[in-house]
Design a protein around this ligand. Structure first.
Ligand code: AGV
Ligand code: CA
Length: 314
């Protein structure tokens, strides 16, 4: 039987794994990517637009509309992290892809998300691989759009594990995508959306390792394996200490759309701290009425096999 494809809107924030998430969506048989919006969080917006358009062009999918957000979080990402993905546009695989010619105008993220939700006839799945601010602004403007959303999958949070924010005046309990704009993050819970979080509890199992990169490189005669290998190689030296290990965060969250059976999940009531030393902390709160399905773990082999198979294409 051929089942209908799911319509997906991606909001990403321009780090290496965000782009690999977009590539993965383009390669998925069960997904129809209907728009890509960018949050200038873990990137500089103009660089992220360029890489996004290059990858869409390479895939022959410049028909997919792109939006760039103008909202800025309360807690900015470190400039070193934001600047890092500039290198992606200089890689030999991407440098000569011209995006100036045939491209439709890049609109604002909110305009794009609003328009795509308005015109949708079937429920839309929203995949967030950066902060949730664009989506929350769109829903605040027009709460009726929530009815168009079939699911929201967000790489976010740290429920029963320590967070990955290490900065002044913070206690380390938050994950960065939530911490960037903890006020919007807390608001997201109030729309009764079908939310699934892929938090650090699950992503901690999948660091970017030399072992995996070696396996990927063995099939680098295929364009997307070469690309993924090169993108992930750029993350290896961004690691000043163990705390800053680069994980396959967003790519794991994206895979949930295709191989949910590889994940263990739990559906719980949570809350999010919007200020203070624990700002952005996602924690269990029975009785809050704010239900979220969280991924608690993943079968690594299943995930790795899936990735190696998907990227084994030209
Ligand atoms: O917290 C994980 C999120 C993911 O969406 N991002 C990176 C992924 O795209 C923030 C982040 C945490 N640690 C980082 C991050 C690091 N060492 N370098 C860049 N970004
Ligand atoms: Ca991201």
């Amino acid at each position: 039987t051929t089942s209908a494809k799911i319509s997906v809107l991606l909001d990403h924030d321009g780090s290496a794994d965000d782009f690999l998430s977009m590539v993965l969506l383009l390669l998925m048989d069960n997904v129809d990517l209907i728009g890509v919006s960018i949050t200038p969080a873990d990137c500089y917006g103009e660089n992220a637009v360029e890489t996004t358009l290059k990858l869409l062009s390479k895939a022959g999918r410049l028909d997919i509309p792109v939006g760039l957000g103008n909202l800025h979080g309360i807690n900015a990402f470190p400039s070193e992290w934001r600047a890092r993905p500039k290198i992606l546009n200089a890689l030999p695989l991407l440098i000569n892809i011209d995006t100036t010619a045939s491209v439709s105008t890049v609109v604002s993220s909110q305009v794009l998300l609003t328009q795509k939700l308005k015109e949708a006839e079937a429920p839309v799945s929203i995949l967030l691989t950066g902060p949730c601010t664009n989506l929350v602004q769109v829903l605040a403007q027009d709460p009726s759009l929530a009815q168009k959303i079939g699911s929201v999958v967000w790489m976010a949070g740290a429920i029963d594990v320590v967070g990955n924010v290490r900065t002044f005046n913070h206690d380390g309990t938050a994950e960065w995508n939530v911490f960037w704009d903890p006020i919007s993050s807390a608001k997201l819970l109030q729309y009764s959306l079908p939310l699934t979080f892929i938090p650090l509890d699950a992503t901690n199992a999948v660091p970017v390792t030399f072992d995996f990169l070696k396996r990927l490189a063995l099939q680098s005669n295929h364009f997307y394996s070469d690309l993924a290998g090169q993108f992930w190689a750029t993350t290896i030296d961004t690691i000043p200490s163990y705390d800053y290990t680069y994980f396959m965060w967003d790519v794991l969250a994206t895979s949930y759309l295709a191989i949910p059976e590889a994940f263990t999940t739990e559906t719980i009531e949570i809350d999010i701290l919007s200020s203070g030393p624990g700002a952005g902390r996602t924690y269990r709160k029975p009785g809050s009425g704010q239900w979220v399905t969280i991924a608690t773990g993943v079968t690594k082999d299943h995930f790795y096999t899936y990735l190696l198979d998907k990227f084994n294409q030209n």
